[in-house]
Design a protein around this ligand. Structure first.
Ligand SMILES: C[S@@+](CC[C@H](N)C(=O)[O-])C[C@H]1O[C@@H](n2cnc3c(N)ncnc32)[C@H](O)[C@@H]1O
Length: 392
């Protein structure tokens, strides 16, 4: 049975997300700001949670209708067959977003939706599900724009960017879904060696390893839909078995990946995450300033996310770091480098002109994902005097 869904992503990655959905067999796309509506059956919806790299959420549209009053909204919600998902002993949580509507407080709207759901159960069974905002069996979401109400249930539960390999929070990590989306938006062929000379906790490198190794990003985690009453366990088990087989076959195809960071603490966290992601054989990590960094592989492709002063506060030193990064690129004629920048002031210290640009949002910051090409015929910039560093 075909149903309607909405997959959400970071602003700017909508096209990438739609290509991912098309590869899974989804149809009837309606791209919007920060996401794509699509049609598919339950298998496609579960595969979306398991396989989408750039998405942060997948939601099923339960009902859409016009409502002009609280009473109409209440009746719309109450008429839904919630017993498809929940029993009286289960839990739910409701969130709401409102725009230009007769309701002005999202908390109040969420409460009204919750009441309508639990009243349906109480009238049928004499008992009702309870609320659990931390780990609900059924996360419900109301979107009320003017008089148009849409109710969704969230298939993932926790955001899909939580892959399960990051155990500690680092200072300014790149969201996993954004890192994967940037790799998909770049022209990396997934077979050439890739380097991130300012790798922080190695999110780009880990996502690159999983992408090249055909490893489903959701393989290590649980999803909300696994606890629903209509959960199709047989289809899910077959999706999981296929994903495990693909990851096993794909591991041998991961090209050499390498990263450096001058911050020893970041490299320590990166090593732990790389191990937790099961890709330590593919990724080499080095503690080094980019100014003195000589990779163990000749990089053909760089994807990197240098600091841009908004969140790390590296101050004056930013100019030196960006200059050194530009110099690093110029040592490798034929190199393609993709740089995520949130600050045009720092970007100009690269002293290179971008050949392509994608506008994306990184948290609250409007960023540019910029491509630089180093002419294959140019004289390479000299290597730093420092000796090659051994790998880990
Ligand atoms: C925005 S963070 C990268 C975050 C990373 N993408 C992640 O997922 O964790 C920028 C990183 O650049 C590193 N960095 C800054 N200046 C550097 C330099 N001159 N050489 C090497 N690393 C540098 C910082 O230590 C920091 O980890």
């Amino acid at each position: 049975m075909s149903r309607r869904y909405f997959a959400a992503c970071t602003l700017g990655l909508e096209e990438v997300l739609q290509s991912e959905l098309a590869a899974l067999g989804a149809t009837a796309f309606e791209p919007g700001r920060g996401g794509v509506r699509f049609a598919g059956d339950t298998r496609i919806a579960m595969a979306a949670c398991l396989w989408l790299r750039s998405a942060i959420r997948v939601q099923e549209e339960i009902t859409i209708d016009e409502v002009h009053s609280e009473e109409q909204l209440y009746q719309l919600v109450r008429a839904v067959r919630w017993e498809r998902f929940l029993g009286c002993d289960d839990t739910l949580a409701v969130d709401a977003a409102l725009r230009d509507s007769f309701l002005t407080h999202s908390r109040y709207a969420a409460q009204l939706v919750k009441d309508a759901i639990v009243d349906r159960f109480r009238d049928r069974d004499g008992r009702r599900p309870s609320v659990d905002t931390a780990d609900p069996v059924l996360p419900v979401f109301l979107h009320l724009a003017r008089n148009s109400a849409t109710l969704y249930v969230d298939l993932g539960g926790e955001s899909l960017h939580k892959r399960g390999y990051r155990d500690v929070q680092v200072k300014s990590p790149l969201n996993e879904s954004l890192a994967a989306g940037l790799l998909l938006a770049s022209d990396w062929d997934r077979r050439s060696p890739l380097c991130d000379p300012m790798c922080g906790s190695a999110t780009i490198l880990i996502e690159a390893a999983w992408l090249a190794g055909d490893r489903a990003p959701g393989l290590n985690r649980r999803f909300a839909f696994e606890r629903w009453r209509d959960f199709d366990s047989a289809t899910w088990q077959s999706l999981l078995a296929e994903a495990k087989a693909r990851a096993q076959r794909g591991a041998a195809a991961i090209p050499p990946l390498e990263g450096a960071d001058r911050h020893g603490g970041a490299i320590g966290i990166a090593r732990r995450s790389v191990r937790a992601a099961g890709v330590e054989r593919a990724i080499r990590l080095v503690e080094s300033d980019v100014a003195t960094y000589v990779p163990g592989i000749a990089p053909r492709m760089v994807v990197t996310n240098p600091p841009y002063g908004e969140r790390i506060g590296e101050g004056d030193d930013l100019e030196a770091s960006w200059r050194s990064l530009g110099e690093f690129f110029r040592r490798w004629p034929g190199l393609t480098a993709w740089v995520l920048s949130g600050n045009p002031e720092t970007t100009r210290f690269l002293r290179l002109s971008a050949s392509r640009k994608l506008v994306v949002r990184n948290g609250p910051i409007d960023c540019r994902f910029l491509r630089y090409e180093i002419d294959a015929d140019r004289e390479p910039a000299p290597m730093p005097a420092k000796k090659r560093l051994p790998g880990h």
